[in-house]
Write a protein that binds this ligand. Structure first.
Ligand SMILES: *Cc1c(COP(=O)(O)O)cnc(C)c1O
Length: 376
């Protein structure tokens, strides 16, 4: 049977309860939205310089320290503009002269591009591998910051966070935007672990958060004292000093901070990082297991050890048009399963963040099977 895509109606008993599978912004839990609605009259539209908001910023900073079991001396710094703005801040305030970048997709290439464009830095070193794999950092003469990406959201590859040997004195900085809160790591293995709240933390965009080791704090202070010109909104020392007072340099989005705090309470109240990671692991086992067993779907990432538990990429057989499948799903209320456009593959990309119910991922695979059965 070969149905017209517009006529396909997925039976209600196959559909997920919640149809949001995007990789950022990703599903915000209804419980968090309700909690925000409950306090809206005394929260939205109030001053971020007063205690009620500062208390929640403090709760976020404490919640992250708990979630990541941060040792003494580690600091949670935050500012406005999301991860992309943090890259610019890092080119000013973290890289002393030269950085090394592991490039294996769209997001990891962007920080390398930002460093390459900065006139006050030497040309960065890029170690690049094909999409679907990841490179490994290697000690190099003159490199003072090693830039890793915990989860490459454009390809669905996750990598372990490990310090390369013989890099004493250099910083290890990790873009953990789509992995932080659902991928395991040890705080002592990184100096700057940075992210934004619209992925695992099921909040909204516009904020960057950087967990900084004592060595990173020392670097920020040293560069700030060196006389290098830094725009005030990108000044990491300014961000650090404001964060210590549970503030941001300029006005943050209050809803974003509130939703982030809700998600942290949900994680920490249920068992912390291990619990959150376990939810994504369950979803990933379902998705990749389904794809491996399917006669028309294949996990894009060949090495199972590199497959992301939070962003699943699944190639479809050439006889089935993946954008059509995504469009039919969308028409049935299941949204944002499209692949990363620039990757240019016949692919579905599925968010499996902890907020997404593992049962819904199972329902999604049944819904995809139904759609493909109708299209064939
Ligand atoms: C989403 C994402 C970004 C960009 O985050 P913004 O907050 O939109 O700037 C950067 N890196 C990775 C790995 C991402 O997944």
């Amino acid at each position: 049977m070969c149905a017209s895509p517009n006529d396909i109606r997925i039976p209600a008993d196959l559909l997920p309860n919640d149809g949001r599978f995007g990789c950022g912004p990703s599903k915000v839990r209804p419980e968090s939205v309700q909690a925000l609605a409950d306090v809206a009259g005394t929260w939205m539209g109030t001053s971020h310089r007063q205690q009620p908001v500062k208390d929640v910023v403090a709760s976020v900073r404490r919640g992250l320290a708990d979630l990541f079991s941060l040792p003494d001396g580690y600091e949670v710094v935050l500012g406005n503009g999301g991860t992309t703005v943090f890259w610019d801040a890092a080119t000013f305030g973290l890289i002393e002269q030269r950085s090394q970048h592991l490039v294996f997709g769209e997001f990891s290439s962007k920080f390398a591009d930002a460093a390459a464009a900065a006139p006050h830095l030497q040309d960065p070193q890029r170690i690049e591998t094909e999409p679907g794999t990841h490179p490994v950092a290697q000690a190099a003469e003159g490199v003072d910051l090693y830039a890793l990406t915990h989860n490459e959201t454009s390809t669905g590859v996750a990598m372990p966070i490990e310090r390369p040997a013989n890099t004493d004195g250099a910083l290890l900085a990790v873009d953990a935007t789509s992995g932080a809160g659902a991928l395991r790591w040890r705080a002592t293995d990184a100096d700057v672990y940075y992210f934004a709240p619209q992925k695992v933390f099921a909040g909204d965009g516009g904020l960057w958060i950087a967990v900084c080791s004592p060595a990173a704090v020392e670097r920020i202070e040293r560069i700030a004292a060196s006389g290098r010109w830094v725009p005030a909104s990108l000044d990491l020392l300014t961000a650090l000093e404001n964060s210590r007072k549970d503030q941001t340099y300029n006005t943050p989005a209050l809803a974003t901070i509130f939703l982030l705090d809700q998600q942290l309470q949900w994680f920490n109240g249920n068992g912390g990082l291990e619990w959150a990671a376990g939810r994504s692991d369950t979803s990933a086992a379902t998705l990749y297991g389904w794809a491996e067993a399917s006669d028309y779907a294949t996990p894009f990432v060949a090495d199972p050890a590199k497959r992301s538990p939070v962003v699943g990429t699944v190639d479809l057989d050439a006889s089935i048009d993946a954008p059509t499948v995504s469009n039919v799903l969308r028409a049935n209320g299941v949204v944002d399963t499209d692949s990363y456009r620039k990757l240019g593959r016949n692919q579905l990309r599925i968010g499996m963040f902890p907020a997404i119910d593992p049962d819904d991922v199972a329902a999604l695979t049944r819904s995809i099977d139904y759609v493909v059965g109708e299209l064939r």
